[in-house]
Design a protein around this ligand. Structure first.
Ligand code: SF4
Length: 285
């Protein structure tokens, strides 16, 4: 069943671009798949960082022990989502979570002066008649829009040139700054956009920190408008084909897809495994 399109978000755009069928399962069928222990840990660390900056902005200090308590509470609140194996995995990851939090508070947080935290935005993209909505993770007092992630390995150096999430956050923060002065359906010039930064805590053998910074140019905004319009048109026309009917089949996309256990279009992991949905079958309802 295709549901009416009421809004877009960086997450819905990225999901559709990765695989329209993935979008269909997540946003139309609303299939819920349990999070992995690693995803829950990343989300718990995110909660600690958010809490830390809210306290810092309000002139209070969240020391490392209090930060560990926040992490524990966030992890404990997710245990009911997991089976026995997942709960055991969380217990193994908890120590890593303490290390990540401690490292972040020591190495990254002192260089951030929080201005806005988890602020909701909404704006319109030219040619699209539903709003783009989301939350800006963090804006520094110097106006830089910051996102933070935990990852198993560093991100590619050119990641921000293609990432739709931080460009949307930058546009979202710009819309917040302009308020009622924002012209409906018009994007600003790229030169007006705040710079962006991605802080990645890399969980390798040793914990390390990667910082990527970027300023947008006009071509990035033009590509953004094209991409968002293409996704909105695909959803409106109920084009939910699996990605391998549109572009180069890559079994890794299915391997890492949250829905691979329920999707009948999942690509086989090896050439010998038969296709479940049939290669010529269309997923378009
Ligand atoms: S398993 Fe593969 S085809 Fe199915 S939704 Fe995921 S990425 Fe798309």
């Amino acid at each position: 069943m295709a549901r009416p399109l009421r809004r877009l978000s960086p997450s819905s755009i990225r999901t559709y671009e990765r695989c329209p069928q993935m979008y269909h399962l997540r946003y139309n069928e609303r299939i819920r798949v349990p999070s992995t222990a690693a995803q829950l840990l990343g989300s718990a660390v995110h909660t600690v960082i958010e809490m830390f900056y809210k306290e810092k902005r309000d002139g209070k200090a969240l020391d490392v022990e209090a930060a560990f308590d926040v992490l524990d509470d966030a992890l404990d609140a997710t245990l009911h989502e997991l089976d026995e194996e997942g709960r055991a995995e969380i217990e193994e990851l908890r120590e890593l979570g303490y290390d990540l939090v401690e490292y972040y508070l020591d190495e990254v947080a002192p260089h951030v002066r929080p201005h806005l935290i988890e602020e909701r935005f909404s704006f319109n993209v030219p040619g699209v008649d539903v709003p783009m909505v989301g939350y800006v993770d963090l804006v520094d007092q110097d106006g830089t829009v910051i996102d933070h992630k935990t990852a198993a390995s560093p991100f590619p150096a050119d990641y921000l040139a293609h990432d739709i999430q931080l460009l949307t956050y930058s546009l979202g923060y710009n819309a917040l700054r302009l308020g009622a002065r924002q012209r409906p359906g018009q994007l600003p010039l790229a030169s007006m956009l705040p710079p962006v930064r991605l802080d990645v805590i890399v969980k390798g053998e040793e914990i390390t920190y990667q910082r990527l910074e970027f300023r947008y140019e006009q071509e990035h905004l033009e590509q953004y408008v094209e991409r968002v319009n293409a996704v909105a048109a695909g959803i409106r026309t109920a084009d939910f084909r699996p990605f391998w009917q549109i572009r180069e089949p890559d079994p890794d996309v299915c391997h890492y897809c949250d829905f691979n256990s329920v999707c009948t279009y999942r690509l086989p992991a090896s050439p010998d495994e038969p296709l479940e949905g049939g290669e010529s079958e269309s997923a378009t309802p």
